[in-house]
Every structure is written in structure tokens, then in C-alpha cells.
Design a protein around this ligand. Sequence first.
Ligand SMILES: [Fe+2]
Length: 327
Amino acid sequence: MINRVWMSWREQKDLAAYVEKIASFDEPTLFRMMPEMREMLSNILEPATFEAIAGFMKSDGTIIRVCGLPFDKALPETPYGGYIENEEIPVATVMQLALFAVAGIMPISYNRENRGLLFRHVVPTKTAASKVSSHGSKFTLDMHVSNPILPITPEATDGVSASPEILSFYGLRSDPDVFTEVVELDEVLEQLPQHVIEALQEKKYLFRMPSSFGGSEVKGPFSIIGMKDGKFFNRTDMDTVIPTDYAALQVLNAFMQATKKVRNLHRFQLGTGDMLFFKNQRTLHARQKFEVRYNGLDRWMMRLYGTATPERHHWVPDQEPFVGATY
Ligand SMILES: [Fe+2]
């Protein structure tokens, strides 16, 4: 189920005015300001808007799309190196954290990924063009879950920070030909017979480190899906999974086929100032390959991970308070 939230012109204008009052955009400072952001937004947003965002984590909904947030008027060229200072895009930076604050989601990063920074720029980079990566473009990213190697919600963490519960994107530049596609896990599982669902819960899958982590160690064996409090969670990722036998491969193939037969394939194109967040392990997401022009105006989104259960993350001593330890 998708929750849709539309900002009004008045809300957009008042949110932009709030960002104007902020002087520092480094991640630790903004992170500490999140309680204040929540307070400010409770005054700026209409009660119905605020409640729709604040109620998302506890709701059965897995996807929420917010349209009409303020945006940076003087947007720099798409950062093909994959990095840009937050000061250059202050509105985008603050808006994502402010909406997380309203939703009760703690932003997180991981020590082995993205230099421990919260924001990752989803842009086509020249160096990663041919990689199966959020920085890639030449290859389709098949339906997957982010950071499958980390413990999913039904599993104990044992010193390793949990897989992100929330994945969010804020649109800076859209490409009319490129969509973020999301399917809901429950709809995928509806397509499958009980014996396949049971087999997906067997620990028969090794996983290689995602390319964004550097290194290529293998961990596991893990299951593809697991259940907690009557809900299924998953860690599908065809790019890094290694089934341990032929039967496990067949089961995984049946599951991937089912992702293509769901009733609803949600396709999103994030306009400038639109934000999408979804429950990472309760959905799967994908992106088709696309043509890059390197003319400064290519597709650009900002990604942020989050959690509502910070106790499942293990913070790295002497690093910022949102950097989780992994393997
Ligand atoms: Fe992804």
C-alpha cells in the first residue's frame, strides 16, 4: 500500500523559510538538530500532513511518497564524482532529515560504506558506469534489497549493525526515461506455493559483500526471507547471492519470477523536491539501465538509510553517532 502526501504551496514556502534560518549543514550538526526539526515541522505542516508522515513506521504501509517539498533553486551540475558538499544543496539536505525526524526514523550510515556519510548521491558516475551499483547506469539493477549481508529484522544482530529498515530517496533531477521500481514483498509471496515460502526460510544462501562495501568476503549461510510478528522480511539480491545447492537456486529463481508477476509494480519518477521512502526489507526495488549524457543535467537523487530500532545498530567508537559497525 502506498501512502501519498502532497505539500501545499504554503507548506512548501514555510519549509523553505525554515531552511534559510539554518547556518551549518554538516551531518553531525544537523543530526543533533533533529528534535528541533520535528518541533518546527509540527508547527509548519498541516496536522493531516504531519500525521500521515508520523504514522508511517507503525502503519502496515510499506511505501510513502511526499510531493512538493521545497528544493534548491540554484542546483549545481549533477556531481559525476558521486560527492558534493551539503552546503551546495542545503534545502535537499535539511528536508530529508526533517522528514525523518517527523517520521521517527533515525538516519544511519555504515562504517564500510560511503565513507560513513549519511547522504549518498545516486548519480551515474563514470568510474561505476559498468558496475551493478547505485552509481551505475549501463546495467539494470534487478529487484533487490539494500545491504542484504546485514541481519534482517527477524534475526539477532550479534555485534553487526542491522540491515536498513528504511531507504529514502529525494529527487533533485529526474530523467523522463528512468524510474525507481518497487514491489511489496507480501504481493510477491502471494504468488508462491507454501513449499517455496518454506524453502526460502532455509539458511542455504551465502552472500558476497556488496560492491559499495569494498572487499569481496562471503558471509552466511542466510535465509532469503524470515518472519517476525506475523510479517515477512527479505534480503534478496541476485548480484551478491550464492545459493549453496541446486534446489536453493531453483527456489530463488521461482521467487524472482514472482517479483515480475505482482499485481502492482510501483514505478516512481521523483521530480525535484519529491521524496520517497519505503521499508527496505518489506519491499524489493529495481532500476532499469539508462543512457547518460554527462551534460551536467543527468538523473540525480539523494539516498538516506534509516531505522526505527537504533538498539539493533552497534556504533563505532570515536565516529559520528550514526555510523554503524558492520563486519
Ligand atoms: Fe538499491
